[in-house]
Design a protein around this ligand. Structure first.
Ligand code: NAD
Length: 345
């Protein structure tokens, strides 16, 4: 068990890696608790949930709506959850986003904690205090920054994850190595078969290393005014691939990382060998799916974001493997650079 602290605006949040989720009772109040989960997790783990009312949501992105938040708030009222209540989210990124947002707005905010069950949520979604829901097709546009009291990341829970969900989370783990720690990347590469078998001690240790890295960034820049942006490595192009090629988040981000690393090479930062190295690791885990998206489509969608920011894109590049940097780039420069490397995809 390792406790990693996130300290923001006077609030302390503990990420407990390697902790058994069966010890969750040690971290929550003895009453006035409600559990929010999804139907898959309820089916697999529900018989061992703590003895509190359970409100399940339908698995998947479709549950991340304001309407669902309203529905859940009614349930909490019916259950008599008051200002001293506690929401325990047990699930992946979708449950964490919903439970965290509900806890932030219900009665102007009540306490909450997570048992984080997917690899993506253990390394990313449940760490850092961002939560929220979608508005139509616009992702995560309504939400808040609010840290849970605790997050339990139990590596044994990864054993029941569907294969593509595991791989999708692995892409975010690889991203953390690519932007902050080349030795993490080397370990994932060197222990390929143990990773694929989801070896429990190994996965516990990789998640721990990744959470320490993310906590360092969040402690420095909770609201993403600067350094936290490096966590978006691969996401600018990744989001367009996710939407247009209908790929799972991590797979789309994996291809987005290859594009961003290729652009880093064009900018004179990364070497061709380093680009090849990152591409080969992602490929070895079958994370690189073919897609065909015209550069005009990319640029149009990226430009929509640009309008929001009102200036150039803050694009995340790799200075070298294990070190990211942010550079303001114009859409036309990005487009030109993408055209130079698209044959690699
Ligand atoms: N708030 C943030 O900082 C942040 C960061 C990254 C992603 N996200 C959000 O997270 C969501 C994606 O997260 P996700 O990939 O965990 O999605 P998810 O919560 O939908 O989980 C994926 C699937 O795996 C199942 N599952 C989860 N854990 C399981 C387990 N241990 N065993 C068996 N099945 C299990 C779920 O039921 C679901 O069907 C997206 O909505 C994304 O926007 C948020």
């Amino acid at each position: 068990l390792e406790k990693i602290s996130i300290n923001t605006a006077g609030h302390n949040s503990d990420i407990l890696t390697g902790e058994s989720w069966l010890n969750v009772m040690n971290y929550i109040p003895g009453n006035n608790v409600v559990i929010i989960t999804d139907e898959n997790l309820l089916g697999i783990y529900g018989h061992e949930f703590p003895p509190f009312p359970v409100v399940p949501v339908t698995p998947g992105e479709g549950s991340k709506t304001l309407h669902k938040i309203e529905e859940l708030a009614y349930r909490l009222l019916e259950l008599g959850i008051d200002r001293s209540g506690f929401i325990l989210g047990i699930g992946g990124g979708v449950v964490c986003d919903i439970a965290g947002f509900l806890a932030s707005v219900y009665m102007r905010g009540i306490r909450f904690g997570f048992v984080s069950t997917s690899l993506l949520s253990q390394v990313d979604a449940s760490v850092g205090g961002k939560n929220g829901v979608n508005l139509g097709i616009v992702k995560n546009i309504i939400g808040s920054f609010n840290q849970p009291d605790f997050v339990i990341c139990d590596p044994t829970m990864l054993l029941t994850l569907p294969e593509d969900e595991f791989l999708s989370g692995l892409a975010e783990l690889i991203k953390m190595g690519a932007i902050m720690d080349s030795s993490l990347l080397r370990e994932i590469e060197g222990k390929h078969s143990a990773v694929m078998k989801r070896d429990v001690p190994l996965m516990g240790s990789l998640v721990k290393r990744s959470v320490i890295l993310k906590a360092e960034v969040v402690n420095e820049d909770e609201k993403e005014a600067g350094r936290r942006m490096i966590l978006n490595f691969g996401h600018t192009f990744g989001h367009v691939i996710e939407t247009n090629a209908n790929q799972k988040h991590g797979f789309a981000v994996a291809s987005g990382m290859v594009v961003a690393a290729g652009i880093s090479m064009n900018e004179g930062l990364l070497s061709a060998e380093e680009l090849k190295y990152l591409t080969s690791i992602l490929g070895s885990f079958n994370l690189l799916k073919k897609f065909s998206i015209a550069s005009e489509v990319f640029m149009e969608m990226i430009a929509t974001d640009k309008k929001k920011a009102g200036k150039d894109i803050s694009f995340v590049l790799l200075d070298k493997i294990g070190k990211a940097m942010i550079r303001k780039m114009s859409i036309s420069r990005l487009a030109g650079s993408y055209d130079l490397i698209r044959h690699l995809l």
